[in-house]
Design a protein around this ligand. Structure first.
Ligand SMILES: NC(=O)c1ccc[n+]([C@@H]2O[C@H](COP(=O)([O-])OP(=O)(O)OC[C@H]3O[C@@H](n4cnc5c(N)ncnc54)[C@H](OP(=O)(O)O)[C@@H]3O)[C@@H](O)[C@H]2O)c1
Length: 330
């Protein structure tokens, strides 16, 4: 088993610091870890596995001798430095939206399309709310064929990084105003910028990324993305129109036997997915499975997952581990 050199760009951020936690939890063996943040963090140190690491600044040659670079410092940083990392010899896994829809860059959720990542040197990690949906949707598409999907999201403030959290937890009205309205007082049906068609960029990401990951350009999709006053873990209500007949019991059983999914679906006992179960682990929780009342070909699901872990950091580390395992097997 090769020992790899790993770099993390955005190591002080919510996602970047969770990369370290998950590398430790997954027992990823490494030779050295190099951490990067902005100029603001220059001189600061991070302790990981009882060793102090200085924070580095991005510059020419900074990725030499690095095998994997995990980027999580926003799209502008990825656009400026990801290709440099590739040309200096690293495999890049990028958490931003910079390359997700580039046709030469695979967009990967290991439970769905891990093999897309093999022998590639730039891989994109999908949007957080997309990741938790495509795992159950992949199972539905394989078993019943998907005609269309309607997403309604309830997205936690941590999805907007440290600034999003500060808006929810600040006291004395001194919130940073990262969101256009005080998130302590209201849900906000606006995530990322508005586009010409009246949808937001976040909604476009969910629609486009779902088709790309499922390798199915024919699925009709619409989405409404809403920020809610919850600290962590996104929820998505999904309405899926299927091509073939189904029963709720058959879908529940298929979900139960899918790796990465935990079914919580006993409404009579108040058992359904919430952020409380999802926070701090890598499972995707599925419940409220029922037939739609409008279209008998449609099923409704409610899906909750930790957006910082499975929606970002865990998915990225799982991709890196999948490539390491593949390289060590050939
Ligand atoms: N939060 C989520 O649920 C989530 C999910 C999926 C994907 N993502 C994506 O992950 C990325 C980071 O999100 P986050 O939530 O972790 O944000 P965050 O908590 O605000 O952290 C941002 C990180 O980027 C670093 N950074 C900023 N400018 C930099 C520069 N010029 N050079 C090097 N480092 C720089 C920051 O360093 P300093 O501390 O020095 O400023 C910090 O470490 C974004 O692209 C986001 O879209 C986030």
């Amino acid at each position: 088993m090769k020992n790899y050199n790993i770099a993390i760009v955005g190591a002080t951020g919510l996602v970047g610091s969770t990369f370290l936690k998950i590398i430790d939890e997954y027992n990823i063996s490494f030779n050295n870890i190099k951490l990067f943040a902005s100029l603001k963090s220059k001189g600061k140190k991070i302790t990981f596995k009882n060793k102090e690491y200085s924070l580095n600044i991005l510059e020419d040659g900074c990725f030499k001798n690095i095998d994997f670079v995990l980027f999580s410092a926003g799209g502008a940083v990825s656009k400026q430095y990801a290709k440099q990392a590739v040309s200096e010899g690293a495999i890049v896994i990028d958490n931003s939206s910079a390359f997700r829809m580039d046709e030469n860059v695979p967009l990967v959720v290991p439970e769905v399309n891990m093999s897309d990542a093999y022998q590639k040197n730039l891989i994109a990690n999908p949007n957080c709310s997309t990741i938790q949906c495509v795992v159950p949707l992949y199972v539905l598409d394989n078993n019943f064929g998907i005609e269309s999907i309607e997403y309604n999201t309830y997205q936690a403030v941590s999805g907007a990084g440290i600034k999003g959290i500060n808006d929810l937890v600040s006291s004395n009205g001194k919130f940073e105003k990262h969101f256009p309205y005080d998130i302590k007082e209201t849900c906000i049906p606006h995530i990322d910028m508005f586009m010409e068609d009246g949808y937001t960029k976040e909604e476009h990401k969910m629609m486009n990324e779902t088709r790309k990951i499922l390798h199915n350009d024919n699925i009709l999709i619409s989405a409404t993305c809403v920020r809610v006053p919850v600290l962590n873990s996104h929820a998505v209500s999904i309405r899926v129109v299927l091509k073939n007949d189904f029963t709720v019991d058959a879908i529940r059983n298929i979900m139960k036997s899918t790796k990465g999914i935990v079914v919580l679906d006993e409404p009579e006992n108040n058992i359904y997915p919430t952020s409380i179960q999802a926070n701090g682990n890598d499972n995707i929780f599925v419940g409220r499975i029922r037939k739609d009342k409008v279209n008998k070909k449609a099923v409704l699901l409610y899906v909750v997952s930790d957006n910082i872990r499975k929606g970002a950091a865990s998915n990225t580390v799982q991709i890196m581990k999948g490539i390491m395992d593949y390289e060590n097997s050939i």
